[in-house]
Write a protein that binds this ligand. Structure first.
Ligand code: SF4
Length: 763
């Protein structure tokens, strides 16, 4: 658009994992306009209601602008020097009692710097991101199926599929631009089918051809039922399966503990294991009729149609999250709905860089960049070599995962006493937040550091608050759900004394270096974040005045990180190529003519340069080293808590279109706040009638962990089935996670926010 005095530049949207590109208009040092980027393949110029208003997130009236230390219960301004000194001295005194809680909203360089600082510098692996709460099950699902993490396919599938199956995913509100991309085809007359497998009727259901409302946790049985029907109908893709897959079960024999990599099993054994999941048997517990289950069986049995499966929090926030991910891959592999554009399974992420910063940079407590692990000596040695560290610097013990980390911090005897939170709001998002977070208030010796842009539920309990730069106030790189790495430049200055999170980490590292902490030196005695300019002169990037000086710190860190990505064939593009593009999907490989080419589909010879010639399909990181994927049997396992006479309803939590996650940013956007001012509880008409509740009445929700007063909304935006209620979690004044369970998947450690027992009382 032409606007007088406005200059435009590209950036990915700050919010969700879709990764739309926006054009950002700046005038007089301020973001004054945002438009959808027509050059962007992801969104082709379109944005959702949040994206169109993304510029406003910078200008809420209560931006944090100065470091503040709590003194006598009150946060008081201090200088950056004092803040950095305070953090460094606490870490120096007890480096193993320090933990870093990060985010899928960290940029790639920010996450990389934090990871290198703690794992390569402090020999401490207590770093975990909030993405543990949103996509850890997808990670374990991919690794235990294909031997390597992240989707093989991409959003192009939305343009080619004949059937879209959504597994517990309110696509219309959670990934709205992708939903529009699919619905546009329908509106233009493409004969495509939308199947909405869901536990409640949502805005997605309004557009679906089949709305299949199932009972919480029965998705495990439903997937096994599809597998059973494929075998019974002789519709297994035998050629594909024999060439490219082997079967797996979770234990040696039923009754043994389930393990992530399980045990091999034969096709005949697999057939017996799924035999009990007949449509008639599953209909008794799943809430679907036998005919609805047969419909799913027929869809997957029909190879003339291409089926895309998408999922996000439904199967991931699940005490059987890894199993559920395994099963979605299994029905696709078994049926041969795998490997054609439009025909395959793909998990989606909720955060803009859950893939880029968490999965690829390896900011989980067991991981290192490039899919390496801290507890594999050869892999840790590889990281030490790339980081030029002395052998043995990386601690082989896996660090605390998110829930464990907060338990260790918020209990008197817990061995974490200093915790630094960047770009996330655990005071609102941790499950059973009362136990895991609020308990900190009674522990004066525990020190909580929070880097953020606005006051939040987390800063309320913080001992030290650091004001951060956000989005286009800094350089950045994100990685979205389809392996697309996206770069942008700083366009405006942050307010007051707010500074980049990455600078904060480097400044603390340098202070530790000055205090004599040996871990902040590499093998040659140089500072861990040593950087030189084009003339070979060291640039003191730990000084804020030098940070945006003669070197681009983001580029330096990204180029240092890039060799890690080549280890498992996830080659990200060089930084200068990313500057030119609207994101590139890895592996990005140099062509003979010197250009760089992205990869739409991995493991397929036609697209993926790493598939050996003549192989067609090759799972080149397979668990067994045989180039084959696993087709898993994972049994139905009951949920840890089910409704009973005291707590007779199911509670489900999630998001709404207008707000993103905890609402820290979107609640500062007047248009979005007006559109959805506060949280509510969605109640079914049947339950409301039985309890004498009307829309607008105040009600109290009570679980075994806590209670919360909310306004009732009968049927809400969609329709809760009888016996179910839904509450969105965006509202910091109504913390629904005081009620949710901390029970988690045994492999991914991801908690289940989607189902626990609750009662509703009219007040
Ligand atoms: Fe931003 Fe996601 Fe909306 Fe796209 S769909 S504009 S990335 S919030």
């Amino acid at each position: 658009p032409v606007l007088p005095g406005v200059t435009w530049d590209k950036a990915p949207c700050r919010f969700c994992g879709v990764g739309c590109h926006v054009q950002v208009g700046v005038r007089d040092g301020k973001v004054v306009a945002v438009s959808g980027d027509r050059q962007a393949e992801v969104n082709k110029g379109l944005l959702c209601v949040k994206g169109y208003h993304v510029g406003h997130i910078l200008y809420g009236p209560d931006r944090l602008t100065r470091p503040m230390l709590r003194k006598n219960g009150k946060l008081e301004p201090i200088t950056w020097d004092e803040a950095i000194d305070t953090i460094a001295r606490r870490i120096h005194a007890a480096p193993q009692k320090f933990a870093f809680y990060g985010s899928g909203q960290w940029t790639v360089p920010e996450g990389y710097a934090a990871n290198k600082f703690i794992k390569g510098g402090l020999s401490n692996n207590h770093i975990d991101p909030n993405a543990r709460l949103c996509m850890a099950s997808a990670v374990t699902g991919y690794i235990s199926t294909y031997g390597v993490d992240e989707p093989y396919n991409c959003y192009d599938d939305l343009d080619h599929c004949d059937v879209l199956v959504l597994w517990g995913n309110n696509f219309a509100e959670m990934h709205p631009v992708l939903f529009s991309r699919f619905i546009d085809r329908k509106l233009k007359g493409d004969r495509i089918t939308l199947v909405d497998l869901t536990t409640r009727h949502t805005r997605t259901s309004e557009r679906a051809d089949h709305v299949l409302v199932f009972q919480p946790q029965s998705d495990l049985s439903i997937a096994n039922c599809i597998a059973h029907q494929l075998i019974a109908a002789n519709a297994v893709a035998t050629d594909f399966v024999e060439k490219h897959c082997t079967f797996r079960k979770p234990w040696k024999k039923p009754g043994d503990p389930q393990t992530l990599m399980g045990e091999p099993c034969s096709f005949d054994e697999y057939k017996q294991l799924v035999a009990e999941y007949t449509p008639e048997a599953v209909a008794k517990t799943s809430g679907l009729s036998a005919e609805q289950l047969r419909l799913l069986g027929r869809l997957f049995a029909d190879r003339s149609k291409k089926i895309l499966s998408l999922w996000c929090m439904g199967p991931n926030q699940h005490t059987q999250g890894t199993a559920m991910n395994n099963l979605i891959h299994a029905v696709h592999l078994l049926s041969g709905h795998w490997g054609r554009p439009g025909d395959g399974p793909q998990s989606l992420t909720g955060q803009p860089s859950a893939c880029g910063t968490v999965r690829e940079v390896g900011t989980l407590s067991h991981a290192l960049p490039g899919d390496l692990r801290v507890d594999k000596p050869d892999q840790a040695a590889r990281a030490e070599q790339l980081w030029n560290l002395p052998p043995g610097r990386i601690n082989p013990k896996v660090g605390y995962h998110a829930v464990e980390m907060w338990e260790k911090f918020c209990t008197a005897g817990g061995d974490i006493d200093t915790l630094w939170v960047q770009v996330t709001n655990p005071g609102q998002t941790l499950p059973n937040v009362h136990k895991l977070f609020d308990a900190k208030a009674k522990l004066p010796n525990k020190f909580l550091i929070v880097s953020d842009v606005y006051p939040t539920a987390t800063t309320e309990l913080a001992d030290l608050v650091l004001p951060s730069a956000m989005w286009v106030e800094k350089n950045g790189v994100f990685g979205n759900s389809e392996r697309r790495t996206q770069q942008w430049f700083k366009m405006v200055n942050p307010p007051g004394d707010a500074r980049d999170d990455c600078w904060q980490t480097i400044a603390v590292a340098r202070k530790l270096f000055d205090l004599g902490h040996s871990g902040m030196r590499d093998k040659d005695g140089k500072f861990l974040f040593h950087m030189t300019d084009a003339k070979g002169q060291e640039v003191p990037v730990w000084k804020w005045e030098s940070y945006y000086g003669t070197v681009n710190v983001d580029e330096k860190l990204f180029e240092e990180y890039r060799p890690f990505t080549q280890i498992k064939h996830k080659d990200v593009a060089p930084y200068p190529e990313l500057v030119k593009a609207r994101g590139l999907r890895w592996p990005v490989v140099k062509q003979p003519d010197g250009t760089w080419k992205e990869t739409r589909y991995r493991f397929l010879e036609e697209y993926d340069p790493y598939v050996a010639k003549g192989k067609g399909v090759q799972f080149y990181h397979s668990v067994a080293g045989d180039d084959k994927a696993f087709i898993w049997f994972r049994p139905y396992v009951p949920p840890p808590e089910v409704p009973d006479k005291d707590y007779p309803l199911w509670l489900d939590t999630g998001r709404v279109l207008e707000h993103w996650h905890t609402g820290t940013m979107t609640r500062r956007v007047p248009q979005l706040k007006r559109a959805m001012p506060s949280a509510y509880v969605e109640v079914s008409r049947d339950d409301a009638t039985a309890l004498g509740v009307k829309t607008g009445d105040k009600v109290r929700l009570e679980t075994r962990r806590g209670s919360l007063e909310l306004t009732a909304w009968i049927d809400g935006r969609g329709k809760c089935p009888k016996g179910h209620v839904f509450v969105p979690f965006f509202d910091e004044t109504k913390l629904i996670n005081r009620l949710t369970l901390e029970a988690h998947c045994p492999f991914s450690k991801q908690p289940d926010y989607k189902k626990c027992a609750v009662r509703l009382v009219k007040v």
